[in-house]
Design a protein around this ligand. Structure first.
Ligand code: NAD
Length: 319
């Protein structure tokens, strides 16, 4: 069992709420700050002991209130919609970069010294070869990826200057119950609406690694607990990768469908939209050196996630 007060920013969201489940089960006192832009209080309904601040990290006062007295902060609050970052770059600058800066300032002024940051594989952009390890150059091709890279650099400077101990986790595509964005959710929703046809953004040959949320939470806690360095970066993924076409097949199978007509909508070099990455997969040797072993590969993670998301849609329909 653990101890101490931990803050989860974005704790009412998909990944944040699963992290809260785990931290509460380990005996930590948990505080959440979330502006409910994409998060939902029902994700936290089972936790009567978790303090929830409905507040916005774009507001420095809310950031100060959130971190007061905390031993560690898990910073997951962000706008995770890569696609939207192409059409509304200012939104991602504010939600990701400004909000993270406010959080860092609040931590510095309040003497809170431990930070775990939810970064993303999108910081790598489109590498020449996959899988990439953590030393690969950061060449984001989306404003979302650039915003995450900017946050990483800011956190690195705070670790050097102000005694912050920080871990940056570059997650691949994380999937599981409560997910509300990204390709797996998109496919499940589209197929629940029309089981005969599936629109696929891109040529279907984009390559991605998927990790189940339970594995991602396990990796997050392991990296936090087992890192001694003042600043460390880890890739977080399963050890294989699949095409978006294969993602579609897994979702179709999990939903018990057949003979679905796939309609491809490629732009540029076969991606789904400007800023979409064609091929990305991650080496996780650094995480494995801490003892991490993903329990599910990409295919199983997608299949299981599709199954649970379909269950959630059906439960909502039945209400
Ligand atoms: P999510 O949208 O479910 O969670 C983000 C949460 O942050 C939401 O609850 C939202 O309401 C909250 N939020 C947003 N802006 C805020 C603000 N200014 N102040 C307070 N709360 C705010 O998304 P998620 O998939 O759970 O992602 C969690 C984190 O992990 C994000 O930082 C995301 O960029 C990162 N990430 C996710 C994935 C993935 O595949 N899900 C992959 C790589 C990185």
């Amino acid at each position: 069992m653990g101890g101490g007060l931990v803050v989860v920013t974005g704790g009412a969201g998909f990944m944040g709420s699963h992290l809260v489940d785990r931290l509460a089960a380990e005996g930590y006192e948990v505080r959440v700050i979330d502006n409910l832009s994409s998060g939902r209080l029902e994700n936290l309904a089972r936790h009567s002991g978790v303090e929830v601040i409905v507040g916005d990290l774009k507001n420095p006062q809310d950031a100060r209130r959130a971190v007061r007295g905390a031993d560690a902060v898990f910073h997951l609050a962000a706008n995770p919609e890569v696609r939207v970052s192409t059409t509304s770059p200012d939104m991602h600058f504010n939600e990701n970069v400004v909000a993270t800066f406010n959080l860092l300032e609040a931590m510095r002024k309040s003497g809170v010294t431990q930070l775990v940051f939810a970064s993303s594989s999108s910081v790598y952009g489109e590498p020449d070869e996959i899988p990439v390890d953590e030393s690969a150059p950061l060449r984001p091709v989306s404003v979302y990826g650039a915003s995450k890279a900017a946050c990483e650099h800011m956190i690195h400077a705070y670790a050097r200057l102000y005694g912050l101990k920080a871990v940056a986790l570059r997650y691949a595509n994380v999937v599981g119950p409560r997910l509300r964005h990204g390709v797996v959710y998109d496919f499940v929703v589209k197929l629940a609406r029309n089981p005969r046809e599936l629109e696929i953004l891109g040529d279907g040959r984009q390559v991605r690694s998927f990790i189940h949320i339970d594995d991602a939470v396990e990796a997050t806690l392991l990296a936090w607990k087992k890192t001694d360095d003042a600043y460390a970066v880890y890739n977080v993924a399963s050890e294989d990768w699949i095409t978006i076409d294969e993602v579609a097949d897994q979702v179709i199978e999990a939903m018990g469908l057949a003979n679905v007509r796939k309609v491809y909508k490629p732009v540029l070099h076969g991606v789904g939209w400007p800023g979409d990455v064609k091929r990305i997969a991650l080496r996780i040797d650094r995480l494995k050196a801490l003892g991490f072993r993903p329990r599910l590969g990409s295919r199983d993670a997608v299949w299981l996630a599709a199954k649970s998301l379909l269950g959630e849609i059906n439960a909502r329909r039945a209400k």
